[in-house]
Design a protein around this ligand. Structure first.
Ligand code: PEP
Ligand code: MG
Length: 579
């Protein structure tokens, strides 16, 4: 067997050794095989059964949505479109003919027909109708998932600790599904450093390498792999010497991890006595165990939109309330900062009205607070659920992606409206629940005044702040090499945002990936930051960094960093504070 190495971008550190399991999205990699003449009818029936099942799924969904009355009206229309596509003979009948004529499997016939339809849609001049091709793909995906067994062709029961997932691309929803399994590592052809897929990967605390370009093509099922997330490399079919070397490195890392665990109960304080809060980022209530294990000060970012992913139908007020209450109560007096839905861009739900159209530029489109304000019914449902949970613990509300004061005011008015309905219902909640905003658009960092006046706290989302400042799509691996937290513009914006908040005595945190990278801990301390929020897996290493930092020594160097535009000088000064 030929041994070779693949390079990508390590988005989650550590070393894993295991066997490759190739996975794909249903429509991406459908197998093609011939069906014996005697089994053609059976194959056609299999397709018919899958279509029937999806029909039932859509009907049930329509019923739930209509009854709950909590979802945008367009959602029903969107389901109707899917229903029509599914029942159109070009999709339900034509593939049956293809199976009979070509004696091929149902999945193949269906994707062949989908490709024909997509081509036809691409000829349509009307842009609205042209976009409906995305609906065709979604409907076909649903049927394929039924044909191939849920969930899509992603690994299910077969997954085990020594399995390394190899995929062309994975959505954040796919990766969140992995939380129930125990994979050793995963790698993808696509993906950027701060894509949500990478972020969720990090929360799984297993090594991950993205942007490998063609791993999916070059690796075969069952091949032995070493994934070194720290050094951005994957070794395929390693020889004995390499394997032995990596096994040794792996046990050294494990030893290091065990050592760091001993810091759990120790307060995070710098050498010169500055107390630092280390909070955790979570995606689902189930992540709480990791938060406790890491000894976090609380949850600094609960990405609530993950409750929306990987499911049919949307969570209603009670279901959301249960999820928020579980976290609030589970933290036993420690705070939880619940971010309102940051849906859109790479985190879209197939059932949400505004998100079903293919946005020309999703990262700049109807995302986060913009989407919430455009869907008041949905937003109010979430706000009521969060407020109700505030009765059971220390809850804070965080609004994502603010750009203007008008958005803050509109959101505060909605929170007031949600409070009013709870008062009318006689439901208890924390009347003075703190409301904060995320600083992740350069405009917000440049004009902090009105945010500082209106909000109780701020949290800087460096992932988006970097994406929008450097104009690099965080989910696009072709520009991921341009992601640069040390760009002079980023240092300046961070310095402004943190500095302005500190001067105004408004609590400020950083909750982007930068907060969990030890390379930047001292830079952020030097900029005045005392509150970090990161994936729990990173917390022990950041704490160790804090414990060995002396702000009085760092600050003068960071002041020089704030004033220079030279990348070389910045890199040298960063080395100096990290020495
Ligand atoms: C960020 O943008 O830095 C952030 C924390 O939010 P998210 O990564 O979920 O967009
Ligand atoms: Mg963000």
């Amino acid at each position: 067997m030929v041994s070779f190495a693949l390079h990508g971008v390590g988005v989650s550190g550590g070393i894993a050794i295991g066997r490759a399991q190739l996975v794909s999205h249903a429509t991406l990699e459908v197998s093609h095989y011939t069906v014996p003449a005697s089994r053609v009818d059976e194959e056609i029936a299999r397709l018919g059964y899958a279509i029937d099942e999806v029909q039932k799924e859509l009907t049930a969904l329509h019923g739930t949505m209509t009854r709950s009355g909590e979802v945008p009206g367009e959602f029903g229309a969107f389901l109707d479109v899917h229903w029509m596509i599914l029942n159109d003979p070009t999709l339900s009948e034509a593939p049956r003919k293809i199976i009979a004529e070509q004696r091929c499997n149902a999945e193949w016939a269906l994707t062949q027909q989908m490709n024909v339809l997509i081509e036809q849609f691409e000829q349509i001049e009307d842009p609205y109708l042209r976009e409906r091709k995305a609906d065709v793909v979604q409907v076909v995906e649903r049927v394929l998932k039924r044909l191939m067994g849920k969930p899509g062709s992603l690994p299910g029961a077969v997954a085990e600790e020594r399995t390394i997932v190899v995929a062309h691309d994975l959505s954040p929803a796919d990766v969140i599904g992995f939380k129930q399994h125990h994979f050793a590592a995963f790698l993808t052809d696509l993906g950027g450093v701060t894509s949500h897929t990478a972020i969720v990967a990090r929360s799984l605390a297993v090594p991950a390498v993205v942007a490998t370009h063609n791993a999916r093509q070059m690796i075969h099922d069952g091949e032995l792999l070493i994934v070194d997330g720290t050094n951005h490399v994957v070794i395929v079919n390693p020889d004995r010497a390499v394997l032995a070397e990596y096994r040794l490195k792996q046990s050294e890392l494990e030893l290091e991890r065990q050592k760091l665990k001993r810091l759990r109960g120790k307060p995070a304080q710098t050498i010169d006595g500055h107390a630092v809060e280390l909070h955790a980022n979570i995606e689902l209530p189930g992540d709480l165990a990791q938060v406790q294990e890491a000894g976090a000060s609380g949850v600094g970012l609960f990405r609530s939109e993950f409750l929306y992913l990987n499911r049919i139908g949307l969570p209603g007020e009670d279901e959301q309330f249960e999820a928020y209450r579980a976290v609030a109560a589970g933290l036993a007096g420690k705070p939880v900062t619940i971010r309102t839905f940051d849906l859109g861009a790479d985190k879209s739900h197939e059932g949400l009205a505004g998100l079903t159209r293919v946005a020309p530029n999703p990262a700049l489109g109807l995302r986060a607070v913009r989407f919430c304000l455009a869907e008041p019914k949905l937003f109010l449902t979430q706000l009521r659920a969060i407020l109700r949970a505030s009765h059971y613990g220390r809850v804070r509300i965080l609004i994502p992606m603010l750009a203007s004061v008008a958005e803050v005011d509109a959101t505060l008015a909605m929170i007031e409206q949600a409070k009013e309905s709870l008062r009318e219902r006689g439901e208890p909640f924390d009347e003075s629940v703190p409301v904060g905003g995320m600083i992740e658009i350069p405009a917000a960092a440049l004009a902090m005044g009105s945010f500082l006046d209106r909000l109780d706290f701020l949290s800087v989302g460096t992932n988006d702040l970097i994406q929008y400042t450097l104009a690099i799509d965080r989910a696009d691996e072709t520009v991921s090499h341009l992601y640069d937290p040390l760009h002079p513009a980023i240092i300046r914006l961070l310095s402004m945002a943190i500095g302005d908040a500190v001067r105004a005595k408004v609590p400020v945190a950083v909750c982007g990936e930068m907060a969990g990278e030890t390379m930047f801990t001292r830079l952020l301390l030097g900029l005045g930051l005392r509150d970090f929020s990161m994936h729990p897996a990173h917390l022990p290493a950041v704490k160790q960094r804090v414990l060995t930092s002396d702000v009085s020594a760092i600050k003068p160097i960071v002041d020089r960093m704030r004033r220079t535009d030279s990348p070389a000088k910045l890199a040298a000064l960063l080395d100096k504070i990290n020495a």
